[in-house]
Design a protein around this ligand. Structure first.
Ligand code: FEO
Length: 170
């Protein structure tokens, strides 16, 4: 049986990951509306990854015999007034998610829950990649976003992203 606080945080993380998917779908919507279909593709796939993260937390609780409570997902409420705004929001959001993962890890560490710590190890590493990718998006836009020809090429590059299932299998 897992610790009550750890269970609560793991259950909340299902909701946070689905919110991340919602946020990235909202970002994809913004870029679709602005004819940047490659950016929209990148964030649609990002939303699929977030759904996968949510399902991993859900399955981890189920495997441990914990009843899962699905909660309401907040409406994404960011206002984007320029093409760089969603990229900055994404980078900021990933840092927030990292803090959530570290918080669960801290709770698991406090009660010597080695099983949950090992489960979370994948997410700790994943968050390093998530932050790196989000920062790269911001930096690439800063480099190329002001020149229409370069922006077109960047959009083409982002259109090539394809979905791949998470490497963590439970
Ligand atoms: Fe589920 Fe983008 O981290």
């Amino acid at each position: 049986m897992l610790d009550k606080k750890v269970i609560e945080l793991l259950n909340d993380q299902i909701n946070k990951e689905f919110y991340s998917a919602y946020l990235y779908l909202d970002i994809a919507n913004y870029y679709t509306a602005n004819d940047l279909d490659g950016f929209a593709n990148w964030y649609t796939i990002q939303a699929q990854e977030e759904r996968d993260h949510a399902l991993l937390f859900l399955k981890y609780l189920q495997i441990n015999g914990i009843p899962v409570e699905l909660k309401a997902i907040d409406k994404p409420d960011k206002i984007f007034s320029g093409h760089i705004d969603p990229l900055l929001a994404g980078a900021e959001h990933e840092r927030y998610v990292t803090s959530l993962i570290h918080n669960i890890y801290d709770a698991a560490y406090g009660v010597k829950d080695f099983r949950t710590m090992q489960f979370l190890d994948w997410f700790v590493k994943e968050q390093m990649e998530e932050e790196e990718n989000a920062d790269k998006m911001v930096n690439k836009y800063k480099l190329f976003g002001d020149d229409p020809k370069s922006l077109y090429l960047l959009d083409q590059e982002l259109a090539a992203r394809i979905y791949s299932a998470p490497s963590l299998v439970l």
